[in-house]
Design a protein around this ligand. Structure first.
Ligand SMILES: [Fe+2]
Length: 293
């Protein structure tokens, strides 16, 4: 495991970024950041300048994922990506300024999303959200976690472990319907149980991004967000429940763009002597069943 990296931001490309305003702002309690040069929207879950960047475009999916790398580890992190056989492209100063970072290089993940190694993501205003009074847990663990589904699974696994240097936390094998198996691997790069998980679907899905998770500091903030999600009329993909592997208490709401947002609290942390990398055969200890809309 490399404790020197954490999830910095995710970039989405959605036909109309404003369709996500209600979910991100009012339901989840994120705070709007400055618009992008191209007129897109940005969202924050802590003091950083931006954590979710939404640009207008046809992809209707995640386009890039940024990892903050500590200054002293940056060159080694870049070299590790190259050594694993993935090409690194240097970004221009203008591109780095757009991302509001001091350093930026890119590579392309096997699931098609650009992965950016960055340093020096700018601070924004102090975080304060009426919908999320306790704030989000991000210090030293990044803005949350992201889960992608890819049929290029083995190469994606190699990318995450060899090129990004992440450790596998555990994995899930379960039959979700007769004859259809779900396989998910969970990876850590700091104390957060997983910063990325990869799911192996039986066929390519319309979006590689399955969900984005943000973790609250206070358990009641999950309940209040759940009430707002119910009131919003958005589909609740998974009711309140507790995952088996990371022990996260959470729910999942479907965004107007199709991918989901998980709002959770209380996941267990990865320890330096982590020895619980094992199979799970159920997603949750209780709950998380779909709710009729
Ligand atoms: Fe999750």
């Amino acid at each position: 495991m490399d404790h020197a990296i954490e999830l910095a931001y995710i970039g989405l490309e959605i036909p109309d970024p404003s369709t996500l305003d209600g979910l991100f702002g009012e339901v989840v309690g994120l705070v709007a950041g400055a618009p992008t040069a191209g007129g897109g929207s940005t969202w924050r879950d802590d003091d950083k300048a931006h954590r979710i960047i939404v640009e207008a475009g046809d992809a209707n999916d995640a386009r890039y994922l940024g990892f903050e790398v500590a200054a002293g580890s940056f060159d080694a992190a870049v070299e590790r990506v190259r050594a694993a056989g993935f090409e690194i492209t240097a970004a221009t100063a203008e591109e780095a300024a757009e991302r509001r970072v001091a350093r930026l290089v890119r590579t392309t993940s096997p699931w098609g999303v650009e992965v950016e190694l960055v340093h020096g993501l700018e601070q924004g205003e102090p975080f304060s959200s009426p919908g999320m009074p306790g704030g989000f847990l991000t210090e030293g663990v990044g803005f949350g976690h992201t889960v992608f589904a890819t049929t290029n699974f083995d190469e994606a696994d190699r990318f995450v472990t060899e090129a990004l240097g992440m450790g596998q936390s555990d994995w899930l094998d379960m039959e979700i319907a007769e004859g259809i198996d779900l396989h998910v691997r969970f990876y850590h790069c700091n104390e957060r149980h997983h910063s990325i998980a990869l799911a192996r679907p039986p066929f390519d899905l319309p979006q590689v991004l399955h969900h984005i998770m943000v973790e609250t500091r206070e358990v009641d903030d999950v309940g209040a967000a759940f009430d707002r999600a119910r009131a919003s009329g958005l589909t609740i993909a998974n009711n309140l429940g507790r995952h088996d592997n990371d022990a996260m208490f959470s729910f999942y709401v479907v965004s107007p763009a199709g991918f989901q947002v998980e709002v959770g609290h209380g996941a267990r942390l990865i320890t330096p002597d982590w020895d619980d990398n094992r199979a799970y055969d159920r997603m949750s200890r209780w709950g998380h069943e779909p709710l009729p809309s």
